[in-house]
Design a protein around this ligand. Structure first.
Ligand code: GDP
Ligand code: ZN
Length: 297
């Protein structure tokens, strides 16, 4: 009887919602009914990302306090040498945007692929600026390696026509990744013309006009398809992946992992290394193996 009484009444007033924008320590949370509340966390709790499902308690009208983050299916990190930050939660697809001009970094592609594999997230590579036909031809040849590995690759021109992308978005919570200049903003603006408007709305809500480039936002494309625009995803720090697990981030390495002579093989120069043998036999590309070694350092 007494334990029943102790149940905090407020438990019953928790509402579930999804974080659709994260800026600093404030979050826009959307309920199933479509209501959007500006929420903060209790105390100094951070570590909430766009895409998170949370339980919150309403305070004054239109505001709330996030009490709990629900279990995530996936979690993407951005990290540099100094800090680790989460960028997006529950993402099911990473769309890597590249273009022939300016030239793109294959290292970033490989980093994205490792990040995606470690969370079992699907990958789509979009070769943008396909209207630059000659340059695009050469870029497509470079990218054929990733197609051969089984990753989907499409070409489009974000400025002209993005219909080739639409079927790939179906049923996914996607996130765009890519270096600056590849055309991510152009793509988002073509896909979601109202994106600019909601950016402005949030800046007004924060009483400041200078938050427009530093926050992530989740947009609904239809009932089952959503996309997160996180302007900062230009590098996928992989500090959170243990070195001994790094090889698992390379899908084509999988059949050889565990086949080396030494259990703790790092696949660098060890005798009896199954991966080194696979490279010699042409079953693993030298280039991908070199990226693995680069990331291992
Ligand atoms: P972001 O830094 O990845 O967000 O890239 P932006 O969307 O700002 O685009 C960078 C530059 O590429 C801009 O000058 C765009 O006009 C240009 N751009 C974007 N998409 C296309 C495209 O499909 N074709 C061409 N030729 N240029 C594009
Ligand atoms: Zn080995």
């Amino acid at each position: 009887m007494s334990s029943e009484k102790k149940l905090p009444d407020k438990t019953f007033s928790y509402t579930t919602g999804q974080v659709i924008a994260a800026f600093g320590r404030q979050y826009s949370v959307e309920t199933a009914a479509g209501e959007i509340l500006l929420c903060v966390t209790r105390g100094k709790k951070t570590g909430i990302a766009c895409g998170d499902q949370v339980e919150f308690q309403s305070t004054t009208s239109g505001q709330g306090v996030i009490e709990r983050i629900k279990a995530r299916s996936t979690l993407l990190y951005r990290s540099d040498a100094f800090k680790e930050k989460i960028i997006a939660a529950n993402v099911t697809q990473i769309i890597i945007v590249v273009a022939a001009v300016p030239s793109f970094s294959e290292e970033l592609i490989n980093r994205c692929l490792v990040a995606a594999e470690s969370q079992r997230i699907q990958v789509l590579i979009v070769l943008n600026k396909a209207d630059l036909t000659e340059e695009t031809l050469a870029a497509a040849a470079t990218l054929s390696l990733y197609q051969e590995l089984g990753y989907s690759l499409i070409q489009l021109s974000a400025k002209k026509d993005i219909t080739a992308l639409l079927p790939y978005l179906d049923g996914h919570l996607s996130v765009l990744a890519g270096q600056s200049g590849m055309g991510k903003s152009t793509l988002i603006n073509t896909l979601i013309p109202e994106a600019k408007r909601s950016t402005a709305a949030i800046s007004v809500a924060l009483d400041s006009g200078c938050h427009t480039t530093t926050y992530s936002h989740l947009y609904h494309l239809d009932a089952n398809s959503h996309i997160i625009d996180s302007p900062g995803i230009q590098a996928f720090g992989l500090n959170h992946i243990k070195r001994e697990n790094l090889a698992w981030g390379f899908d084509e390495f999988h059949p050889y992992i565990g086949q080396c002579k030494f259990n703790n093989c790092r696949h660098t120069s060890e005798p009896g290394c199954a991966l080194i043998l696979a490279v010699k036999e042409g079953k693993i590309s030298k280039q991908r193996f070199a990226f693995y070694h680069k990331l291992l350092c």
